[in-house]
Design a protein around this ligand. Structure first.
Ligand SMILES: NC(=O)N[C@H]1NC(=O)NC1=O
Ligand SMILES: [Zn+2]
Ligand SMILES: [Zn+2]
Length: 510
């Protein structure tokens, strides 16, 4: 007969109970409260109280048979093992051997609205996210116009997103020279609810988002420390002395190797060296203790990675993200003229890619993000194929789950690792204590998917990005099909259909 245990919700008791789960035939974990969210048309399901179950639920640090009770937008209980005795009366959606996992949290996406909605937009971007199993996005402060660098411009973002969100969306603010040395300006932006700040150490490609130097960063961190929110840094810097390897006028701009030479690893290395003092300041007892530096889209798995490993080892509060395109592609395979692959920092050689995988598997790289950064197709200059002039940015939002899985399989990645890189760690970075795990009391943000289902990303495949043809993943064979996506208990995507209404929430820090 099944044993049952009631948990007081999330917290420290759970790992112990997880051990107990292995000993008993079934266990029940209950949340201490429930709260209703959502409304008419928000869900493809008629009810807000139901169970979902499968043979492969990623919860409590394990993967196995379990049923998850969803009630009023939250995970109310989890029954592991022989769960059927607990699932009485309520509807049960039995997903067989599909995987039930925490929804992905993409902490790095450019949705470009207001101001450049013709590049992407809240509606198209979050529909793509929902179709890809992403349940929360954090929007970058640049590529939209105006950039999100003040209380007023954050308000414009929030207004522009109203009634357009199919998943939950938070916002990073920009740390730029105009606000970096002005704590009261920064505080008003942070008080308005950005989850943290983002800055560039090289030109961003966007005129109203100028780059910061290490002094701006060090000062900005002091204010961030008070709020315990992170600073995300695009860590590429033009070295003071350009190396001889720089491009000269003779090189073919259609050749990928020309682009690669134009942004060598020393750009990343130089930025990270420049951050040494800022990183040191985040240590216990340091000037900005409580702040946290997050290096976005690391590409150089050599010296740049080593410097960051050393900083972490020495007690700096630093985290590192990389993106699926650095793990899926290598410079050797980028066809000349194919600017869909242009991004910064660039996709480097195959050996570097393998080293990034190793660092991810070893835990030196903490998490993944899409850096979905589309533009209108004309700016990708796909006919000219000029790598030096085309917009730099990869379009990937809808595909990051199957891409990570497809290219990670040969490295032996596990479902628990996927959940850590794509949900748990990003939730921590974004300060979302109720998101990122399937646990009682957490938001019922869930993706159901079939890792083994293979498909070709061909012209017949539904793509919800505003511009499908600029994605470097088109034409690829992938494995991992999203069946259903739940956002706070609302079934927002299932079997190729979206919910009728856009009921995602804006997430503002308090
Ligand atoms: N502005 C912007 O989105 N830049 C992004 N694109 C890219 O490839 N790397 C970036 O940082
Ligand atoms: Zn960047
Ligand atoms: Zn970006």
């Amino acid at each position: 007969m099944a044993a049952a245990a009631a948990a007081a919700g999330k917290g420290r008791a759970l790992p112990l109970l997880a051990v107990a789960a292995a000993l008993a035939a079934a266990l029940l974990y209950r949340a201490p409260f429930s709260k209703s969210l959502g409304g008419e048309g928000c869900s493809l399901l008629p009810q807000d109280h139901f169970w979902i179950a499968s043979e492969r639920v990623v919860t409590l640090g394990r993967v196995g048979p379990a049923a998850v009770e969803v009630k009023g937008g939250l995970i109310n209980a989890i029954a592991v093992g022989d769960y059927r005795s607990f699932v009485l009366r309520r509807p049960l959606l039995d997903y067989g051997d599909a995987v039930i996992m925490p929804g992905l949290i993409d902490v790095h996406a450019h949705l470009d609205e207001p101001g450049r909605a013709e590049w992407e937009g809240f509606s198209t971007g979050t529909r793509a996210a929902a179709a890809g199993g992403i349940t929360t996005l954090v929007d970058m402060p640049l590529n939209s116009f105006p950039s999100t660098v003040s209380e007023e411009t954050l308000k414009l973002k929030v207004e522009a997103s109203r009634d357009k969100l199919y998943v939950d969306v938070g916002f990073w603010g920009g740390l730029v020279p105009e606000n970096a040395l002005n704590p009261s300006k920064l505080e008003s932006l942070l008080n308005a609810g950005v989850l943290g700040l983002k800055s560039f150490m090289c030109p961003s490609g966007i005129n109203d988002f100028p780059m910061t130097n290490s002094t701006h960063i060090e000062e900005g961190l002091v204010t961030l420390a008070k709020y315990k929110r992170p600073l995300l840094i695009h860590a590429e810097r033009i070295p003071d002395v350009e190396s001889d390897e720089g491009i000269d006028g003779e090189l073919d701009p259609r050749s990928y190797s020309t682009y690669l030479k134009s942004r060598p690893p020393i750009w990343e290395e130089s930025a990270i060296r420049d951050l040494q003092r800022a990183m040191k300041d985040t240590k216990v007892g340091g000037r900005s203790e409580g702040a946290h530096i997050h290096i976005v889209h690391l590409s150089d798995a050599e010296t740049s990675l080593q410097l960051l490993k050393d900083a972490k080892h020495n007690g700096a509060r630093v985290s590192i993200e990389t993106c699926p395109h650095y793990l899926a592609f290598s410079a050797e395979e980028v066809p000349d003229g194919d600017t869909r692959f242009k991004c910064s920092p660039p996709i480097r050689h195959a050996a570097n890619k393998d080293n990034l995988w190793e660092a991810l598997l070893d835990g030196h790289i903490d998490m993944l993000s899409s850096d979905h950064s589309p533009s209108t197709p004309d700016l990708k200059l796909m006919e000219d194929g000029n790598f030096l002039k085309a917009w730099g940015g990869i379009s990937s939002l809808q595909f990051v789950l199957p891409v990570t899985w497809s290219y990670g399989k040969k490295h032996g990645i596990t479902l628990n690792q996927l959940a850590s890189w794509w949900s748990e760690k990003p939730a921590m970075l974004a300060g979302q204590k109720n998101k990122g795990s399937i646990l009682p009391g957490y938001h019922a943000d869930i993706v159901v998917w079939k890792p083994e289902a293979e498909f070709q990303l061909d012209n017949s495949h539904a793509v919800y990005h505003k511009h499908r043809n600029i994605s470097a993943y088109l034409g690829k064979e992938l494995s991992g099909k999203v069946l259903s996506t739940f956002v706070r208990g609302n079934l927002v995507f299932a079997e190729g259909k979206h919910a009728g209404a856009a009921c995602g929430a804006t997430i503002l820090a308090k």
